[in-house]
Design a protein. Structure first.
Lengths: 284, 282, 223
């Protein structure tokens, strides 16, 4: 239902009301903007020498882009591992064998209920205590992100396979295909189409969560903005704003991509399964 | 639960084998190896203004960096042979133990519990925990004035405990703690008036003060922080070689010049002129 | 178990802080999220756009950054504080602002998708019997929309509970802060510490999922 059908075509009084509301809205936004601008300039945050470093290409190539690279590599590695984790435990949960199904369910539900940061802390400090090796911050971030996002993806895979109508697998069994063949030839190809949008939106979550690496001093984009750039120029607020803009642009692009994929798979006739959205929370 | 634990351990193990990047255990000591290969891996901080900072062009600068360059030079390694590696407070000992760095020059205080894991050369300077306040704040002039004031609790740093913990660790002064992610954040909060004092080593404070902003260091040192150079446990020969280099650094005037260069402008900071007494290698 | 037992007071205080953060932000983000959803379907373009921009900016910024902006931006630069001389009180409310600002965007999007599940005929029928916009929203559309989104809202609240750990960067001590301090200082018991804290969060989040799941089934709109 689009917003349009919620309202009648406005009459004269409604138009007046809308105009007043428009005015109120514009004035309100301008007031907020003015207030922020004023307080920023009182704090001296618009000083040119806090912002000019961002015109220097070296600041980008030497500090910010390496940070962005750190964010993207951590996200990419974690995405691949999380997909693998998701396939293994998602299909494990669909297994006919209880010895496979139950542990898979336990693991998936456990890691979905635990905050990513707690896992990252454990990955960092825990491995040193357990095996005497310090884990580079990169791997601590990747492990934390893999366990959590992998568990969510496991649920996505499971619901993707379950979203394929029963008739499909019944027909396949009737043709004499074996269990593995039914999964591989009939269910998975259709499930993948259905769950692609959900997978991409989970990737946006994963990319955003790499920012948690800042807390354990992983050299990511946020770290570039909050530690290395300010250590050189003492401009923590301007650097934070620039970094925030970069995050927003990247995530908007990914989100847009996810929406397009979803629209495509809704139209697609390749799959009999309805598009999968986010899985329900544990315990529901 | 057992399965989860095992899965976790397996994952961690797998990842760490992936990550372990061959710390080659050479039989000879660091000084000999460095002289032969003309290469050394030095762990420094990348975000400690005026001590160890990574610059946009990829180079590093700061007092620790210059000390490391001097010492490396005395060990026969030219500047081009130094590989700079970032070490943060939490990973200095493991990095040395595993050979990911050869030596650490990173505001690394010599402490008994650290001595069990690494050998310390130096100290090359003795810093003191001190207090920095806003330049116009006259209400804090000594440690006791911090009662009921807001002080910064930087993540991963224990400096605040010297104020708030009961003796012998601290002074049992009931200050209000404001948690922050790093000392950079502490300084931003200090200038924004959301806290009243930042307390940590005076050299670190001086580094921030040199970035601008109206701050003053009280000059009431209440601890000794002996900054040492950490190397692999038991490498006594290298430790002694470094100690010789450090006393030369003070006798030939380099140390004074470096201290002036990095900390000369800070208000209220007293700089040493003679080499601090060596701790002895063990 | 020793590490956990010795620090039980700090741990309980940490989890109590987590609960207080989660409960207050949950309440406020439900309110703000509903307001935002109303903005996003409003007939006035300016209001609709400001709602859209707000949601897209906040939702695409990492929470870590949102919370850092709360402590360094709002408190320090904009000088907006709840009580600048009481850091713990101030930190608590600044963290709530950050968590609420972020979570409300997810509440808003969830509600909006809920509104989309209400069949067109419902709105048309409401207008046909002469209900105004607010009446048809309050009496017809929103009650159905809310029932359709109870389960996804449960997910949002669970995510919020877990997200309170990120408050560590905004200067307020909760469970994750306690855990970090313990891991940083301790010499052993790492695994117990992890499992203990993980279990704490399982205990906090499972009931939310369980309750919202039951509620959703009981209140389901039969069509």
């Amino acid at each position: 239902m689009s917003a349009g059908v919620l309202f009648d075509a406005p009459g004269p009084r409604a138009r007046l009301r809308h105009n007043v509301l428009t005015l109120v809205g514009v004035v309100g936004l301008l007031l907020i903007g003015w207030f922020v601008w004023r307080r920023m300039s009182q704090a001296g945050q618009w000083d040119a020498d806090l912002w000019t470093p961002f015109l220097d290409p070296q600041v980008w190539t030497g500090l910010i882009l390496p940070g962005l690279w750190g964010t993207l590599t951590a996200a990419a590695v974690a995405a691949v591992l999380a997909l693998a984790f998701g396939v293994v435990f998602g299909l494990g949960r669909l297994s006919d064998h209880a010895w496979l199904r139950l542990p898979s369910a336990w693991i998936v539900e456990f890691f979905r209920a635990v905050p990513v940061l707690i896992m990252i802390f454990f990955a960092q400090y825990g491995t040193f205590a357990l095996i005497g090796e310090v884990l580079p911050a990169f791997w601590a971030v990747v492990i934390g992100l893999t366990l959590y996002n992998g568990s969510v993806l496991a649920e996505v895979f499971r619901s993707g396979v379950l979203a394929v109508p029963r008739g499909q697998s019944e027909a396949a069994y009737a043709l004499g295909l074996r269990k593995g063949e039914v999964m591989r030839l009939v269910l998975l190809p259709q499930a993948v189409t259905a769950m692609l949008p959900a997978i991409v939106s989970q990737m946006v979550v994963l990319l955003k969560d790499t920012a948690l690496g800042y807390i354990i001093s992983y050299e990511d984009l946020l770290n570039a903005g909050f530690r290395t750039v300010p250590a050189n120029f003492g401009n923590i607020i301007p650097a934070a704003i620039v970094v925030a803009l970069i995050y927003i642009v990247i995530n908007l692009a990914l989100g847009w991509f996810a929406t397009r994929l979803e629209a495509r798979s809704r139209r697609s006739r390749k799959s009999t399964a309805a598009p999968v959205t986010a899985p329900p929370p544990p315990g529901a | 639960m057992r399965r989860i634990v095992m899965a976790l351990a397996a994952l961690a193990l797998g990842a760490s084998t992936l990550a372990a990047c061959g710390g080659d255990d050479s039989a000879s000591d660091l000084a000999t190896r460095a002289k032969e290969s003309k290469k050394i891996k030095v762990g420094i901080k990348f975000d400690q203004t005026a001590l160890g900072v990574k610059k946009p062009d990829g180079t590093v600068e700061g007092f620790d960096v210059d000390v490391a360059k001097y010492v490396a030079g005395k060990l026969g390694v030219p500047e081009s042979g130094i590989e700079w590696i970032e070490t943060i407070s939490a990973n200095r000992e493991p990095f040395i133990q595993q050979g990911q760095v050869d030596m650490v020059v990173a505001t690394y205080s010599i402490l008994p519990e650290r001595k069990e894991k690494v050998t310390f050369a130096g100290p090359y300077i003795v810093a003191h925990q001190d207090i920095m306040v806003r330049g116009d704040d006259a209400s804090i002039t000594k440690v006791e004035d911090l009662k009921d004031k807001r002080i910064c609790q930087a993540s991963g740093s224990n400096s605040y405990k010297r104020i708030t913990d009961p003796p012998p660790n601290g002074r049992d002064i009931p200050a209000k703690l404001v948690p922050a992610g790093s000392y950079s954040e502490c300084i931003a909060k200090l200038s924004g008036n959301t806290l009243d004092a930042v307390t940590t080593d005076d050299l670190i404070l001086a580094g921030f003060a040199s970035q601008g902003g109206d701050f003053k260091i009280l000059g009431t040192p209440f601890t000794d922080e002996k900054y040492g150079i950490g190397i692999k446990k038991g490498d006594v020969a290298t430790c002694e070689a470094i100690n010789t280099a450090l006393s030369e650094m003070y006798s030939d005037g380099t140390a004074t010049q470096l201290l002036q260069k990095w900390f000369g402008t800070a208000k209220g900071l007293q700089l040493p002129t003679a080499v601090p007494p060596a701790e002895g290698c063990s | 178990m020793e590490a956990l037992f010795d620090n039980r007071e700090a741990i309980l205080a940490g989890f109590w802080a987590t609960i207080r953060l989660a409960a207050m932000s949950a309440l406020l983000s439900l309110v703000l999220g509903t307001l935002l959803a109303a903005l996003r379907v409003a007939p006035v373009p300016v209001l609709r756009w400001s709602g859209t921009v707000y949601v897209n900016v906040l939702r695409n910024t990492p929470l870590t950054l949102v919370l850092l902006f709360c402590s360094l931006g709002i408190s320090n630069t904009l000088q907006l504080n709840f009580d600048v001389y009481d850091p713990s009180f101030n930190g608590y409310w600044l963290a709530i602002v950050g968590l609420t600002a972020y979570t409300a965007t997810f509440v808003c999007e969830t509600l909006r998708s809920g509104i989309n599940t209400v069949p067109l005929g419902q709105a048309e029928a409401a207008r046909a019997i002469g209900l105004t916009f607010f009446q048809s929203m309050r009496l017809v559309i929103l009650p159905q929309a809310f029932r359709a989104v109870i389960t996804p809202l449960g997910s949002v609240l669970i995510a919020l509970t877990k997200n309170t750990t990120v408050v560590i960067v905004a200067g307020y001590a909760e469970a994750a802060f306690v855990m970090k301090e313990m891991l940083y200082e301790s010499t052993g018991g790492t695994l117990e510490i992890f499992l203990g804290f993980a279990l704490g969060f399982v205990v906090l989040t499972l009931p939310i999922g369980f309750l919202t799941g039951r509620l959703a089934r009981r209140l389901e709109v039969k069509r």
